[in-house]
Design a protein around this ligand. Structure first.
Ligand code: FMN
Length: 377
């Protein structure tokens, strides 16, 4: 495990391996994660000093219900991504005026607490923690997020009942990730402050209904007109952000684009391989089993062959569970790991620092909106 290219985040190993874990490498692995490298992370700027902020001040600001709700400068959210979205990434994004998100998915509780402190000690800007509610110890994770006074909770893969009352009463903002109009309506009725709607282009867990972002986001905007809606899936540049604003969304969440930054905590081999990927190099793997979108590789081909042969569910499940995101993201096994990534990877050909990326996205969005304005003649 010692090796070059290992992720430079709080995640660390001593891991258990394949058996018994799900596609994110979630198993009883919470026993094996440690926040051992938090102190090795490069020294950030002192609290209050926000690199690049002067530049941002001169840029066009887009005000939407999302920027108002969260107190951020730009209607851009960095997707919470297991293994990739550690505190370095969240900090850089928040400091640049977008919403940085710590992905609590595979984090050991003490690692999460350290990650939250790392961010909040270094910026006064809003940031969020993303929690897949199905994960082990989800209640403990929610307790930590609450105790550490994280201003924004972003919950996924479960209902808001688990947290909504306590977090709202505590004055926190609650965003909920949804993959269908019916889920959006339920979450809205439960009292969430805003919704992230994820379409089929997305890396990680796209919706099982396989509906694309253009259609799903528009449908959710119509279903819950009183709530800010953030579109996610296939948005990899500022033109994409402008497109979803045109749909009536209040912002965009980008996962794959922020995965391809210097601060993202996945193995260097993961990013290097993805620099070569085209728009059609991803596949949906594991339909009916918690489908993921990932890079086509040896593992994905093996799974596709079983699906083509109409193999029984148990057999497909065995193959599906034989790999994990951890294998790719932490250990750098790009052929056999689940290299989760969205179709937008075909629009990406660099690995900028995340703060620089936010500034670029804002400029690109501005250019796209200006171009649209000129169409009016
Ligand atoms: C490597 C990877 C890991 C992810 N892990 C999570 C996660 O733990 N929780 C979550 O809500 N979404 C997760 N996602 C989804 C992202 O938050 C985001 O919704 C998605 O990447 C957006 O689509 P895009 O990749 O096309 O930008 C993950 C995505 C990727 C690529």
């Amino acid at each position: 495990m010692a090796g070059e290219g290992r992720p430079s985040t709080v995640f660390s190993a001593g891991q258990k391996h394949v058996d018994g874990r799900d596609e994110h490498g979630h198993d009883d692995l919470y026993e094996s994660f440690r926040c051992s490298r938090a102190t090795e992370i490069r020294k950030p700027d002192s609290r209050g000093s926000e690199p690049g902020h002067d530049k941002i001040k001169t840029m066009t600001r887009l005000r939407t219900r999302l920027t108002e709700l969260l107190g951020i400068e730009h209607p851009i959210i960095q997707g919470g991504m297991s293994w990739a979205a550690g505190p370095e990434l969240a900090l850089a994004v928040s400091q640049a005026g977008a919403l940085g998100v710590i992905g609590a998915g595979p984090m050991y509780p003490d690692a999460l607490r350290a990650a939250i402190r790392f961010v909040k000690e270094r910026t006064n800007r809003p940031y969020a923690v993303n929690v897949p509610l199905y994960r082990n110890q989800a209640d403990l994770i929610l307790d930590i997020i609450f105790e550490e006074e994280v201003p924004i909770l972003m919950a996924a893969q479960g209902g808001p009942q688990k947290y909504i009352e306590r977090f709202k009463a505590g004055g926190r903002k609650c965003l909920h990730v949804v993959a269908a109009p019916s889920h959006a309506e339920k979450a809205a009725a439960a009292g969430v402050d805003g919704l992230i709607v994820v379409g089929s282009e997305a890396g990680g867990h796209p919706p099982p209904n396989e509906v694309g972002t253009l259609v799903l986001a528009r449908r959710v905007v119509a279903a819950v007109p009183h709530l800010p809606v953030v579109a996610s899936g296939g948005i990899a540049d500022g033109a994409g952000i402008a497109a979803v604003l045109a749909l009536g969304c209040d912002g965009a969440q980008l996962g794959t684009r922020f995965l391809m930054t210097q601060e993202a905590g996945v193995h260097a081999a993961y990013k290097e391989r993805l620099l070569q990927a085209e728009v059609d190099d991803t596949a949906l793997v594991g339909r009916g089993l918690g489908v993921i979108r990932m890079l086509k590789n040896s593992f994905a081909e093996r799974y596709a062959a079983a699906e083509m042969a109409a193999a029984p569910k148990e057999e497909r499940e065995k193959i599906f569970k034989s790999s994990s995101l951890k294998l790719a993201a932490l250990e750098g096994n790009i052929d056999e790991g689940k290299v989760e990534v969205g179709q937008g990877i075909g629009l990406i050909d660099d690995l900028p620092p995340a703060g620089e990326l936010v500034r670029r996205l804002v400029e690109e969005c501005d250019t796209a909106l200006a171009r649209l304005g000129r169409l009016r003649g």
